[in-house]
Design a protein around this ligand. Structure first.
Ligand SMILES: C=Cc1c2[nH]c(c1C)Cc1[nH]c(c(CCC(=O)O)c1C)Cc1[nH]c(c(C)c1CCC(=O)O)Cc1[nH]c(c(C)c1C=C)C2
Ligand SMILES: C[C@H]1O[C@@H](n2cnc3c(N)ncnc32)[C@H](O)[C@@H]1O
Ligand code: SF4
Length: 465
């Protein structure tokens, strides 16, 4: 019963249950759906699209249009059991230093391939744990990227930061290299939840990290949280939310725990029966969303919250929100160049992912070749489906007028019609807009999947709720 207290419609039990029954009927709890950080999703990439595609796409870039850059650092000191990121544990800096040398070689190969004059609008370092790099490696890496792709005007630079593996000197080095936004991993502050996900992190330590970031002049801060973790309850989540609010982040990402032990073996350390059941999970998500929107944050897309003045919030309000491999972004650069093991690049022509295993990546670069090994060349049909999915994931609505310029737009008519019928009450049409209602938003990934020509590979994905 305790769950209901925190339910979305706590004041109206009947409508809350009707909504939940509908969600179940519409497949929220059984569906396995991509997160649509790309379309087609990475699971549809194939080795037929490889390094030749990568080289041609890089060579074809227009130097007048800035690119975004993602650098992957696949190392962590601790390997949290819940984590589905591509990373490996290390207790020494030796493999990190070795990897950095390889990344520098990849950058040299990129320099040889890119047309003259390409500039970088945004850079993002993710992982793993970029803050495993000591200050001198931080400077070496940042300078090397900027040397090959010089920053454009209004350059922004964001870094994923582990509050337990960072210090003042590292933050100072990142700030010196131009970091504009820090994203800190929190997940959950409850001690027993942290124990069950193999990740200890005190509030005091996290707050100290935030204070150091602010003292270093970082004005934009994101916090990552996860709901659906083992032993999470509404009471513990409320406490985590209060602590996170005290840190006053500009943005919050609230991901649903993706339990995919066949994909991420370390998740086998998490007992299935400790995981909140589907309805509990649903209520946890609603509880957190209500708490954040109630305290002044704006809900952005399916899993983000931002202060009204935050750039992601403004992008969402003005219809400029986009989705890429890092989740939601206000990035306007049409090209993303992925550097490092497993990184994905996005070009107008399609996607290409570097060799995923660090050893395989190193082997490729050491052999003097770019590391792209699987990808996808977009067809005109894919672009149409990608556009519809992006509209749903970012704006919760399909703008038929905006789609109409695509020569094949009419081929989607039967999908629109089926959607309006199957999701009646949760998907509505008004003029040229097909919209997901606020009550239907939990179903967004399932609705988007209707436009996915690759949904037959759905078994590999995580739960939609
Ligand atoms: C910062 C950490 C990362 C998250 N995702 C990725 C990174 C680097 C990138 C990534 N994750 C997956 C793939 C495709 C498969 C591959 O072999 O590379 C890529 C490129 C797989 C994946 N990630 C999650 C799941 C459930 C899966 C399996 C398949 C799928 O559902 O797509 C979950 C997940 N990973 C991240 C988040 C935030 C998240 C769930 C909310 C981070
Ligand atoms: C980069 C961010 O990705 C999130 N993250 C990592 N692994 C998972 C998972 N299995 N499910 C949901 N979110 C995850 C964490 O919140 C991390 O901080
Ligand atoms: S959550 Fe962060 S620190 Fe933990 S294993 Fe994943 S990447 Fe590493």
């Amino acid at each position: 019963m305790i769950w209901r207290k925190y339910g979305a419609a706590a004041s109206c039990h009947d409508s809350a249950m009707t909504n939940l029954d509908d969600m179940r009927r519409l497949g929220l709890f059984d569906a396995r759906v991509p997160r649509y950080t790309s379309y087609p999703p990475a699971t549809a990439f194939s080795p037929q699209t490889d390094q030749a595609f990568q080289t041609a796409s890089l060579q074809a870039l227009d130097p007048a249009v800035p690119v975004s850059v993602y650098v992957h650092i696949p190392f962590c000191e601790r390997l949290c059991w819940f984590c589905a990121c591509r990373t490996q544990g290390t207790t020494t800096l030796k493999p990190v230093a070795n990897y950095l040398q390889v990344v520098l070689k990849e950058l040299a190969l990129l320099r040889d391939t890119l047309p003259q004059g390409v500039r970088m609008g945004q850079m993002h370092w993710g992982g793993g744990t970029p803050t495993i790099l000591p200050p001198e490696m931080i400077r070496t890496l940042a300078k090397a990227v900027k040397d090959v792709i010089p920053p454009a005007e209004n350059f922004s630079f964001s870094v994923e930061i582990d509050p337990t593996l960072v210090d003042e000197a590292k933050i100072a080095a990142l700030a010196e290299m131009g970091m504009t936004r820090a994203s800190i991993g929190i997940q959950d502050f409850a001690t027993d939840v942290q124990e069950a996900i193999g990740r200890k992190q005190s509030f005091a330590q996290t707050r100290a990290c935030v204070e150091t970031l602010r003292a270093a002049g970082i004005t934009s801060l994101n916090a990552d949280l996860v709901y659906g973790l083992p032993y999470q309850t509404p009471g513990k989540l409320a406490d985590t939310i209060a602590k996170v609010s005290a840190l006053d982040p500009d943005r919050i990402a609230l991901f649903g725990y993706a339990h995919v032990p066949t994909f991420s073996k370390r998740q086998k350390l998490i007992p299935d029966d400790a995981l909140p059941k589907e309805e509990e999970r649903y209520h946890l998500a609603r509880q957190a969303a209500n708490a954040f929107t109630g305290s002044g944050y704006t809900a952005i897309g399916i899993d983000h919250f931002g202060k009204p003045e935050d750039s992601l919030t403004r992008a969402a309000k003005s219809g400029h929100l986009r989705r890429n491999f890092q989740g939601y972004t206000d990035d306007t650069c049409p090209t993303l160049i992925g550097i490092g093991a497993s990184s994905i690049s996005q070009f107008a022509e399609g996607y290409i992912q570097n060799a995923a295993a660090t050893a395989a990546y190193i082997e490729r670069i050491e052999a003097g070749q770019l590391a792209g090994h699987r990808g996808y060349a977009m067809t005109e049909t894919d672009r149409l489906h990608a556009q519809a999915i992006n509209m749903l994931m970012c704006d919760f609505e399909i703008d038929l007028t905006a789609l109409a310029s695509h020569p094949q737009a009419a081929t989607l008519t039967s999908i629109h019609e089926a959607l309006l019928k199957d999701f009646a009450g949760y998907v509505t049409r008004s003029g040229d807009k097909i919209s997901i209602t606020p009550q239907g938003r939990a179903l967004t990934r399932i609705i988007a999947q209707r436009y996915d020509g690759f949904s037959s590979i759905a078994a590999q994905y995580s739960q939609a709720s």
